[in-house]
Design a protein around this ligand. Structure first.
Ligand SMILES: Cc1cc2nc3c(=O)[nH]c(=O)nc-3n(C[C@H](O)[C@H](O)[C@H](O)COP(=O)(O)OP(=O)(O)OC[C@H]3O[C@@H](n4cnc5c(N)ncnc54)[C@H](O)[C@@H]3O)c2cc1C
Length: 392
């Protein structure tokens, strides 16, 4: 076995153990109490999973992007909130790694992420622009008495903001910049002031602990990622978000299917030799799950192919934007559909929260998917792109 195959397999084995030994046993309490899944995140830190994607020469594990996606899927099968926190952190890491442009501050920063297993949260949505990541209201404002700059951003939802070591923030480049002329700033916890503006008692994804905050900080010029956000967003942030989210939604839906199958097998044991009528529903459910699995897997392959091309220019085409937007829309609609069909199989045993066949948490967690950047907003973007795209 090659060193790289060995490394990927070893990493996924460790994630599988964390999913089974930490995420699964705490998932119900994390959901019920809307609390941070500390046991799982601590275990991920201990195995250095937070820096798994960072290249080895910067102190990281150097595992492939598809292995990170597989890890989100594995965690999603045991605890949706833990998987979402891991996915969001990795979206930030992958984006920084892909757009380093040899910026010394960011190289040193990634070494610190690896050495200290720092957890990165994000404030890309904003009051006033909602889930439209391509526009900002808040601006990076030069300080008059130093070379630094400051900002204050009204963030409606900052997942695990209270538990993160650093924050990845999108802002207008300067006070006179257009809303779409954005930069990414990486601010550390000791630079940031967080003023909580709301509570967090949601329907699902309760363990992500995502209230609103007014986020303010003073940062140095080198904490601004060199590449403009428009490029960062098209080449990395948007496709990577949609791929990692859809992997964890697939993980949640797969666990709902597994519970439904266990229910049907238990029913079959009651009457040996007969196929219970509900098995037919399980077959329908399996075909719905296969659709989701196929979409998630083909999008990952297409992203990997386009990323491997010199210059990664394909990722900036309208066709690619539509492709990864469609992944998000399809996966976010299909995952709750699978969970609801699993509920249809398990019946009252699935509806109750305390049976081996419960799928209420799965259904509630996946219902957040179409809101995480509202699907209607994405349809609106697609509608405009479809009018001008020649390469679709
Ligand atoms: C669990 C969870 C965790 C999150 N964590 C974070 C985080 O850590 N950091 C972060 O930055 N963001 C995060 N978000 C994302 C973010 O908070 C929301 O996506 C964003 O605030 C959108 O707000 P909104 O639902 O009001 O949608 P908006 O985009 O403001 O839309 C409001 C309503 O208008 C509709 N709408 C919007 N545009 C159109 C249109 N063109 N046509 C028709 N209808 C339209 C939408 O469907 C929606 O019903 C998270 C979201 C979730 C669900």
């Amino acid at each position: 076995m090659s060193v790289s195959v060995d490394r990927e397999r070893g990493f996924l084995d460790a994630i599988g153990r964390i999913a089974d030994e930490h995420a699964a046993p705490n998932a119900d309490a994390v959901d019920r109490e809307a609390r941070f899944p500390a046991e799982t995140i601590d275990a991920l830190r201990e195995t250095e999973a937070l820096s798994a994607f960072i290249p080895p020469d910067l102190g990281g594990g150097g595992v492939a992007f598809e292995t990170i996606a597989a890890a989100c899927y594995e965690l999603g099968r045991r605890c949706g909130a833990s998987a979402m926190i891991y996915a969001m952190h990795q979206i930030q890491v992958v984006t920084i790694v892909r757009h380093l442009d040899e910026a010394p501050w960011f190289e040193e920063y990634l070494r610190r992420v690896a050495g200290e297993q720092r957890l990165i949260a994000s404030a890309t949505s904003e009051v006033g622009t909602g889930g439209d990541m391509g526009r900002s209201v808040a601006a990076l404002t030069p300080m008059t008495d130093s070379e630094g700059a400051s900002f204050e951003k009204q963030a409606p939802t900052v997942s695990y903001g209270e538990h993160a070591d650093d924050l990845f923030v999108t802002l207008r480049r300067s006070p006179d910049a257009e809303p779409s002329d954005q930069v990414v700033v990486l601010a550390s916890r000791d630079q940031i002031k967080l003023q909580q503006t709301g509570t967090w008692d949601p329907l699902g994804m309760r363990g992500t602990c995502s209230p609103g905050f007014i986020v303010s900080a003073e940062v140095l010029p080198e904490q601004v990622l060199p590449t403009p956000f428009s490029r960062v967003s098209a080449e990395s942030m948007v496709p990577v978000s949609h791929i990692l989210w859809s992997h964890l939604w697939l993980g949640i839906a797969t666990d709902a299917f597994d519970r439904a199958r266990a229910f049907v097998r238990a029913a079959a044991r009651q009457k040996p030799g007969e196929t219970p009528p509900v098995a037919l529903r399980l077959s329908h459910l399996m075909s719905e799950l296969s659709l989701l699995r196929a979409e998630v897997s083909s999008a990952l392959s297409e992203f990997n192919e386009a990323s491997a091309e010199p210059g990664r220019e394909r990722l900036s085409t309208l066709a690619c934007a539509l492709r990864f937007n469609n992944l998000k829309i399809a996966a976010s609609e299909q995952a709750p559909r699978v969970c609801q069909a699993a509920l249809g199989v398990c019946g009252i045993m699935g509806y109750k929260n305390d049976t081996p066949f419960s799928v209420g948490r799965h259904l509630r967690d996946t219902m957040s998917a179409c809101l995480m950047v509202a699907n209607e907003r994405i349809h609106q973007t697609n509608a405009s792109l479809l009018l001008i795209a020649k390469d679709v």
